[in-house]
Design a protein around this ligand. Structure first.
Ligand SMILES: Nc1ncnc2c1ncn2[C@@H]1O[C@H](COP(=O)(O)OP(=O)(O)OP(=O)(O)O)[C@@H](O)[C@H]1O
Ligand SMILES: [Mg+2]
Length: 454
């Protein structure tokens, strides 16, 4: 990486000269020198330096404190420490403080050159990963959250505030497909944690024991398959965000451990004794009604309140029909690009249908419906018939009160009968067809004197 800028800090001119010669030969043209710690720090403050070769003993300061100051100025700068005597403790200390490596004096120039090259490669790699992360982050700008309804405007403002707040725990609630994942990532990528990792785990995906070790890590031998020590997500997410999806599915044992972590900021690996402290922002999400889970005794009340510090409830699409046209045209754009189509929009009839539809799968369902329609379509304007995936296209709006009036009781009775017929007598399923629960179905069976089949 010959365009790198290297600073040699050593009070002996001869050492500086031999290093500089060697690095120049290796193709590094921008090599600077400093004989004093103060000079070195000035240089670092005034110009971009990628790597410092730092003598341990300087007339005006010791290497470790200079190293500390360099790292304070910028964690990006790689430092290789040159020690006059081999002291293991110093070397260990230097590595702890963020030195890339150390070499013992008198050093072997080949070794120094190789270390310099490796250190620079490491920082180059880091830079690439960071660039990747930020470009990934761009996908999660607030503009990518579509919605101009007052409800969505308020949500966006709230997300922005939360992103900027230091580390508050967040609880995202909302039905499936309302954008909980998207909201969690948007918070992360717009916070000052954006450069660190966003890790996520779904509570329902794994059995309790595995989940626990995924989350908290484990020590070697903690259980039969634990052949090696493993860091958990809380550790890999240090400095970043940990997204706990489907928190309502968490088992009682894990709930207790999570609560302890949220309160004390420390945890123990499975089978471990040491308390490990990390700095993560926890974002939890659920499509269940946690309050109800609490009253059913399925979710710890204290954990609920601990998560509830910053609750964000994502409204279902059916409560903000005004956003449907916007989302529709957004996704038509997306899939025009992806499938190289030239769809211009939806017909008036289709628009009306989409706006009346209840969207049980929310934005995910809308996105999929448009994707599906656009895969097959040949015409420029999408028609009602192009949306083949929508589950319940019949909406109450299509019922018309007959001119002569109608008996509501009779309509209700017929619908309940039909629902029970279709579900083969299964009251829960019949209830789903009618948007009511099983008890309400049973009540109507009694009310209308219908023979309950099962
Ligand atoms: N406001 C929005 N604007 C644009 N796209 C959105 C919006 N909200 C959600 N989406 C998109 O809808 C899809 C579903 O969203 P997401 O995965 O965040 O839902 P979820 O609430 O996590 O659902 P689940 O509970 O099923 O996990 C994703 O493709 C997401 O990008
Ligand atoms: Mg999700």
């Amino acid at each position: 990486m010959p365009s790198a800028r290297i600073l040699i800090v050593d009070d002996e001119a001869l050492v500086r000269w031999s290093l500089k010669e060697r690095l120049n030969e290796a193709g590094y043209d921008d090599v600077f020198e400093a004989g004093l710690a103060s000079e070195a720090l000035e240089r670092i403050a005034s110009s971009e330096i990628d790597l410092v070769l730092l003598d341990y003993k300087l007339p005006d300061g010791d290497g470790l404190s200079v190293l500390k100051k360099i790292k304070e100025a910028s964690t990006e700068i790689q430092v290789i420490l040159m020690t006059g005597f081999s002291s293991v403790e110093n070397a260990v200390e230097a590595m702890k403080l963020g030195a890339y490596h150390y070499v013992n004096k008198p050093f072997n120039l080949d070794e120094v050159e190789m270390l310099v090259q490796k250190a620079l490669e490491t920082s180059q790699l880091r830079r690439e990963v960071r660039a990747l992360r930020t470009s990934q982050g761009r996908e999660y700008s607030f503009d990518a959250i579509i919605g101009s309804s007052p409800a969505m405007q308020a949500i966006k403002a709230l997300l922005a505030r939360v992103a900027k707040s230091p580390a508050s725990t967040v609880l995202l609630t909302g039905d499936t497909g309302t954008g909980k994942d998207l909201a969690a990532k948007t918070i992360h990528y717009n916070s000052d944690r954006a450069r660190r990792s966003f890790v996520n785990i779904t509570m329902s995906a794994l059995p309790e024991q595995l989940l626990e070790s995924e989350l908290f890590g484990h020590e070697r031998g903690a259980f039969t398959d634990a052949r090696q020590q493993k860091r958990g997500l809380l550790e890999t997410g240090d400095g970043g965000t940990v997204f706990l999806d489907e928190i309502g599915e968490m088992t009682a044992g894990l709930q207790a451990k999570l609560l302890r972590f949220l309160e004390e900021k420390t945890f123990k690996r499975v089978g471990g004794l040491a308390d490990i402290r990390v700095d993560v922002r926890v974002i939890a999400a659920t499509n269940r009604n946690l309050e109800q889970e609490v009253s059913n005794g399925k979710f710890r009340e204290d954990l609920f309140y601990r998560l509830q510090v910053m609750p964000i409830a994502l409204p279902p699409l059916r409560e903000r029909h005004g956003d449907v046209p916007l989302l529709t045209s957004y996704y038509i754009d997306v899939f025009n690009r992806e499938f190289k189509r030239h769809v211009r929009g939806v017909s008036q009839e289709a628009q009306a249908m989409l706006e009346q539809y209840q969207w049980p799968g929310n934005i995910r369902e809308l996105r999929n419906a448009i994707e599906r329609a656009m895969l097959l379509v040949e015409h420029e304007w999408l028609q009602p018939g192009d949306f083949t995936t929508l589950t319940r296209t019949v909406t109450p709006a299509e019922f018309k009160l007959p001119h002569e009036g109608i008996s509501l009781d009779e309509v209700e009775r017929q619908l309940v009968v039909q629902a029970l017929e279709r579900s083969g007598g299964n009251q829960t399923q019949a209830g789903q067809l009618l948007g009511i629960n099983r008890d309400q179905v049973r009540y109507r069976i009694e009310k209308f004197g219908l023979a309950a089949k099962s």
